[in-house]
Design a protein around this ligand. Sequence first.
Ligand code: PEP
Ligand code: MG
Length: 588
Amino acid sequence: MRGLKQIIESSDNIHTGIAAAPGIVIGKAYIYRKEILNINQDVIEDVENAIVLFRESLEKSKKELLKVFSVAKDQMGEKRAAIFEAQLMILDDPFLKSSIEERIRKEKRQPESIVHDEISKYQQMMKMAHESYMKERALDIDDIKNRIVKNLQKRRWESKISNDVIVVSDHITPADTILFTKFNVKGYITVYGGLTSHAAILARSLDLPAVLGVHKITEIIKTDDNVIIDGFHGLVYVNPTEKQIEFYTNKIKHLEEINASLAELHDKPAMTTDGHEIDLYANVDVSGEVHLVITNRAKGIGLYRTEQIIEELGEFPDEDQQTKIYSNLATRLYPQPLTIRAFDIGGDKVKFLDHEEANPFLGLRGVRLLLANPKLFREQIRAVLKASINKNILFMIPMISSIHEIIDSKNLIEECKKELTAEKIQFDKNIQIGIMVEVPSAAVMAQDFAELVDFVSIGTNDLIQYIMAVDRGNDVVAYLYQEFHPAIVRTINYIVHGSKRANCKVSICGEMAADTLAIPLLVGLDLDSFSISPAVLPTAKKIIRSFSYEKAKELANDCLQLNSQEKILKRIEQFFKENNIQRTRNIL
Ligand code: PEP
Ligand code: MG
């Protein structure tokens, strides 16, 4: 079968946009155009009658929205449907209502022109906000504005579209989305809208593939054209070729197979057959991945690599920018926890120094660089604290290798807490502080270090590189980068036991935890939780549910006695066979 790259390279019927909701769908397009409203600007004589009409139309709009709200609650649950509650609050805003009535009295103009004007002003204010989130909300308010105007004009809301189509539109409001569910719409393509738009949020809740922000797409596609949406890669195919249809039909079949076996596990815990539960968290590099954390039912985020923000923005975010980013993420996840890792700058990651270091991996990296640049560290600590008011943030320090780094970091955190208290800024006073154990010296000192913190997370990506003395990015010595090397297995065991003696929970957030082969061994080594890429969460859960903790402990004990990677791997293969576990990976 041809690969996606070939399919894309050989075609000019492909349009790209934002991959707003995952999934693939093939179907007929339906161009959904909003009527352009003619606003009557005429002068009126009977002001009191106009006020009555305005109030009636407001009530009618409210009733309609309440109906949409209740359908939304059925379709996607109370929490997601809160979008409509927010819209209802706008209709209830006494200030908006009184300013409209005041203007009708004063200007003696048709109420629809004043409603249009006032709500547009409201939207304009939101559009000027810096956060893309607020800008998106401004577009959604069109729905309320048009609803009141139509009710004032005593016209019916146009709400019919064909069944089973892919909707192509300039912009989709939340209420449109709910309307579409009645017609079994298969997916959306829009010209405007981003990842945080309600069209995107709702599409993800309703499990409908969506590609948004596709330039001029309503001018390119016509109703009844054949269309493919690839919501994983943000691709839209207009009148696809046979090859493209074949490629995506196979993909859909493959997805269905995976989903069928994983879907039944969605609401089940990651528990072994004898009742030992492992908490599965997600690693997040860019905020766009957060929807996967939610759809794949992670218990929260176990590792948020903040240095990626610098990559994304192309500059260091200041305290305010960071506060906004962290608050946003924590709110989206609430009540699930968000583990923010302090900037791990240096090594082969984001550059900070002007000069080259001879051995960057052994140089000024992670906590070393942060302590050497207290202004940078303080700004991040203050931002994390400020975002912690809902008490679902944990803070984690990378590259700890000596006890002084823990003490100095904690002192800085305490100083920042004092500053914020003096500034009367609220934060979580009991925010949990943890460390990454990813350097051999920290592994050896695990118990002593764990006594000073609230949690420990093992970073096997670095731990393997530093224990094996193998650059994690160097192909020439890649054969020595062995996650099943006895030294690695025994070190993990040592860290877990040391941390537990200090009453500390231990997690693992390196790639090793996402390796299906490693999962039973890590469960047997007694890790409390794993933090892995969200896309592999369902597969990891499936594996954990297919063996017993007792057998995993036996496996771990056996592996701890073996003296080579080959022998350990052989023992693990035997475990997979005996327990009849398939080694399929989630390949999205
Ligand atoms: C690790 O070292 O295992 C880890 C999770 O951190 P990073 O890959 O960001 O260095
Ligand atoms: Mg690391």
